[in-house]
Structure formats: C-alpha cells, structure tokens
Ligand binder design. Sequence first.
Ligand SMILES: NC(=O)c1ccc[n+]([C@@H]2O[C@H](COP(=O)([O-])OP(=O)(O)OC[C@H]3O[C@@H](n4cnc5c(N)ncnc54)[C@H](OP(=O)(O)O)[C@@H]3O)[C@@H](O)[C@H]2O)c1
Length: 261
Amino acid sequence: MPTSIRTGSRKASSIGRKYRASPRGAVRRRSRRILEPSPRVDGPRSDRRRGGPLGRRRQEDDDVLARLVALAKRGIQEAQVRQSFESSLEHPGVEHIDSYLLHGPRTRRGLSEADRQVWRAMEALHGEGRARLLGISNVSAEHVAALCEIAAVKPAFVQNRCFARHGWDREVRDVCRREGVVYQGFSLLTANHAELASRTMREIATRHGRTVPQVVFRFALQIGMICLTGTTDPEHMGDDLAAYDLVLAEQEVEAIERLSG
Ligand SMILES: NC(=O)c1ccc[n+]([C@@H]2O[C@H](COP(=O)([O-])OP(=O)(O)OC[C@H]3O[C@@H](n4cnc5c(N)ncnc54)[C@H](OP(=O)(O)O)[C@@H]3O)[C@@H](O)[C@H]2O)c1
C-alpha cells in the first residue's frame, strides 16, 4: 500500500484535490499510468477467453488496479475526515473531542464502502485518543446493526430525531439496547406536536403538576434515552432539568408509548 495515501500526509491531500477536481478519472488515470502494460499484452482474444497466460495476466492487472483504486479512495476519505476533524477542534479551541459523530450514512439502506472508510478513519482518531467516543446519527435499525457488525470500535451513541409516530424510534432503540449503544433522542418536542397536544399527555402533565415538555423528557429518560434539547432559553433549560425530579408510573409510560406507532 502506498504510505503517502494511507497516512493522509501532504501527498494524500494533494491527491484529494485532484480527486475532487475530477473524481474517478483522476484516480484511474494515475493508476493506469502505473499499470498499463505494453501494447498487445492482453494477447489474442482466444487466449483471454480460454484463460491463457496473457488473459490471466490481464485479469491480475485489473485486480491490482481495482485494489489500488480502493486504497486511493480510502486515503481520500481518511484525509477528508482528518481535515474535518481538525476544523472541529479549531472552532471551540480544544485538543480532543469527547463525542465525535458521523452525521449520517450515505445511503438509506445498509452501509456504503464510503461509510465504512469514514468509520475506519474515525476509529483511527479514536485510537490516537483525539476522539474519545464515536457515534452515528440519522440512522435506521439496519444501519446500526450493520455498523456494529463491521466496527472495530463500536459506536457509543446513536443520535436520532425521535418521532412518536415511529414508536419513539422503537426499532432503532431495540438494536441499540441489544448492542449496548446509548440512544440519544433529539427534536423530542419539535417532531411531535400532535402527540404533545394529545389529551393523554395533557392529563399526565396535569396529574403531576408539570409541563408537557417535562413529561416528554421524563418519559424519554425512563425508556432509556439521553434527551437532547435545542432550547436557547435558560428558563426552559431549568424546566427541562426539573424532569429528573419527576417519576412517571409504568402505566403512564405505556400510555405515552402507545400514543402512536
Ligand atoms: N444529529 C443531527 O443531525 C441533529 C439534527 C438536529 C438537531 N440535533 C441536536 O438536537 C438538539 C435539539 O434539537 P431540536 O432543536 O430539534 O429540539 P427540540 O428540543 O425539540 O426543540 C427546541 C425548540 O423548542 C422550543 N421550546 C419550547 N419550550 C421548550 C422547553 N420547555 N424546552 C426546550 N425547548 C423548548 C425551543 O425554544 P426556546 O429556545 O425558546 O426554548 C426551541 O425552539 C440540537 O441542539 C442538536 O444538538 C442533531
């Protein structure tokens, strides 16, 4: 493996620039220059078809080329993750990040090769002690299971928008529980307007003399989530934290879980 690509050194970023300018062509052209054999090395068609020595050599060349392209792409992903990580350190002026999240997989189903490469690059940062915990966001249950299967460093967190109409993201939470991953829910208030305005929710809030947001946050805590809030209001933040003093009865938790989904 060419170390200049794998290590994300200056050379890797210059390849990155080239790659961005002309994605596939750039990598292929570089590799072809190295690999393209002398004229007619592929031999007569019959030789290739029969898997003769020249045909086999051509196949080997293609395999090497495919491996080189994959390595170059991995190097580019790693360089980009490192660049993004460095700028994440710069903004708050810190030397490590406690929780470093992959914003989301590229495809709706499964993990793409690019996602795997990004995760590997994040694992490398974790290995260097610069990203203490790794996580992934905006995922399906299938994504989480796939990531846990290939990860050398499992995600510590999954961070998702938590919709009551999807059973408060039940499927993802189930995989997280099975895999020992902590589920972080966001938009608990803003993604669930109808459910928050429901009679069930208002009755529970009235019974405890609390606000509906407090009931939602307490419910989320009781079913095992870490709750994220997007408030910018200190008073709201104080109210939300007071959810720790509240305890919902089992039937109340079940009633909220049944609201939809
Ligand atoms: N991973 C991702 O892709 C992703 C995407 C989006 C967000 N997030 C994370 O999730 C966090 C929360 O997301 P969000 O803003 O959608 O969530 P949210 O907590 O559902 O919504 C916050 C909004 O609700 C209002 N609000 C009214 N009463 C409130 C109360 N008692 N407590 C809290 N907020 C109250 C807030 O206004 P006031 O400011 O007036 O209180 C604010 O406008 C974000 O800060 C971010 O860290 C992650």
